[in-house]
Design a protein around this ligand. Structure first.
Ligand code: PAF
Length: 282
């Protein structure tokens, strides 16, 4: 595995691959890799001959400095894991490589409305940071394909919109959420949970499944379903940020005839902010 930190090294390697006709798939990450990330890497293998993983804990997408400082960094372990998985290149830029004029003076890209609701409303500026850094990664790497996880459903919808809006010649592929046996979606933030909180955490997915079953049984009282789940989760010890039923395709509010829905939820449990979603065909 080629470990690269500078733009020059990155470009040289990419040029060589392009000359040999190899396609590239980029898997952007913030490190602290778990099975969810490894699933995205396996998926990348189906789409390109060369896999590039980036690890960059992007300061501009954290709305809280202590959250940025605390974010788990496990670079040595990540490197070993990526090497074993047969990744071709690991790109680990420094902050000033990604933001040569500093984070405050950086050119930014934002996707209005979609980036301001749900997680964007409780974490102002978060998606602006995500789209800005992903756009930078896209222009540095110029991959044929980029892979994102379904767990961050709103994020992947926003990135799809950005890519389409800017006519970037990159195919966005979404990889399934990987879960623990009890249903909890894998996330770097799960390690913030105490032992007690860890036993409560799977209730988030369970609440989504209850809504999914009701929708499949023909129920269309979206608000009623959202508020029942919110009540249930708050009662279980979460502090619910939102539970929302939306159109899976674009996160617009659904009408009664929509046949592909997504149920999205975010809730605080102790210091961990958990998010999850399920797509429901009705
Ligand atoms: O999903 C993440 O890990 C991050 O938001 C991403 C896409 C790597 C951008 O920093």
């Amino acid at each position: 595995m080629n470990i690269v930190t500078t733009v020059d090294e990155l470009r040289q390697q990419l040029k060589d691959w392009r000359q040999s006709g190899d396609h590239t798939a980029l898997v952007p990450t913030m490190g602290n890799l778990h099975q969810g990330h490894m699933g995205l890497i396996e998926l990348a293998r189906e789409h390109a001959e060369r896999i590039i993983v980036s690890i960059f804990v992007n300061p501009t997408q954290f709305d809280d400095d202590s959250d940025f400082e605390r974010y788990p960094r496990t670079l040595d372990r990540d490197k070993a894991r990526l090497k074993r998985a047969g990744v071709d290149m690991l790109f680990i830029p420094e902050v000033d490589t990604m933001y040569p004029f500093g984070t405050d003076n950086a050119t930014s890209v934002s996707v209005p409305i979609l980036g301001e609701e749900f997680c964007g409303s409780s974490r102002p500026g978060h998606f602006n940071g995500v789209t800005s850094v992903v756009n930078r990664l896209f222009s540095l790497v110029q991959p044929d394909v980029a892979i994102f996880g379904q767990k961050d459903y709103q994020q992947q919808i926003i990135i799809r919109r950005m890519t389409e809006d800017l006519s970037l010649p990159i195919r966005i592929v979404t990889g399934e959420t990987v879960r623990d046996d009890d249903g909890l979606a894998l996330s770097s933030r799960n390690q913030y949970l105490t032992e007690d909180e860890r036993t409560i955490a799977p209730k988030l997915y369970a609440a989504l499944q209850v809504i999914g079953n009701e929708l499949q049984a023909g129920k269309r009282d979206y608000e009623g379903l959202e508020s029942a789940a919110t009540k249930e989760l708050n009662g279980a010890g979460f502090e619910v940020d939102y539970v929302e039923i939306r159109r899976a395709e674009n996160l617009n509010p659904p009408n009664r005839d929509c046949d592909e829905l997504v149920v999205l939820a975010a809730a605080q449990l102790g210091v961990a902010r958990l998010i999850d979603n399920i797509v429901v065909s009705v």
